[in-house]
Design a binder for this molecule. Structure first.
Ligand SMILES: [Zn+2]
Length: 152
C-alpha cells in the first residue's frame, strides 16, 4: 500500500461518554453533534449510525437489525466502559417513509409518533441491557426535542 495522507491520531484508549444510535442522514449530523457536545456532555462517543437510528430498536424491519444494534452497544460497553446510550430519531427519515409521504407533511403528528417510537426503543433497550442509562431525542430541522421516558 502507498501512504496517501498523514495525521497523528490519539493512541490512548478512551472512556466512551455515550453510545449514540442515530440515523446516517447527514442533514442532522452537524446539529446533533453540537447538541451532544454542548448540551449532553458527550465528548467521546461511540457513534452507531444505521438507517432509521433508534427505529432498529423500536420497530425494526428485521429482528436481526435489533440484535445487530444491541451487539454494537454491548461491544461499546465492553471496549470503552460505556454506561449511557443516546437514542435518536429525526424528521423526514426515509426509514419511516419521510415527512411528506409518511405523515402527510404533518410535523406535529410525526413528532408524536416518533416520541412513542423512542419510548418503545428505550423499553426494548432497557429490557435487553438492564441498568444502562438511556436518553432519547427527536431531531427536526430546527432543533432537538427530548423524549420523556418512563423510569426503568
Ligand atoms: Zn433517517
Amino acid at each position: 500500500m502507498n501512504k496517501v495522507f498523514h495525521f497523528d491520531a490519539p493512541r490512548d484508549k478512551y472512556h466512551c461518554d455515550a453510545a449514540v444510535i442515530w440515523c446516517f442522514d447527514n442533514r442532522f449530523d452537524l446539529g446533533f453533534r453540537k447538541f451532544l457536545l454542548k448540551r449532553a456532555g458527550v465528548a467521546n462517543s461511540d457513534p452507531i449510525k444505521v438507517a432509521g437510528g433508534a427505529k432498529c430498536l423500536a420497530s425494526p424491519e428485521l429482528e436481526t437489525e435489533r440484535e445487530f444494534v444491541l451487539q454494537q452497544i454491548r461491544k461499546s460497553i465492553h471496549l470503552h466502559g460505556t454506561r449511557r446510550v443516546i437514542l435518536m430519531l429525526h424528521s423526514d427519515c426515509g426509514a419511516y417513509g419521510g415527512l411528506a409521504a409518511g405523515f402527510s407533511g404533518d410535523a406535529a403528528a410525526e413528532r408524536v409518533h416518533h416520541h412513542e417510537e423512542l419510548r418503545r426503543a428505550a423499553e426494548n433497550l432497557a429490557r435487553a441491557i438492564p441498568g444502562i442509562e438511556i436518553g432519547a431525542y427527536f431531531v427536526d430541522f430546527e432543533g432537538v426535542w427530548q423524549a420523556e421516558l418512563a423510569a426503568v
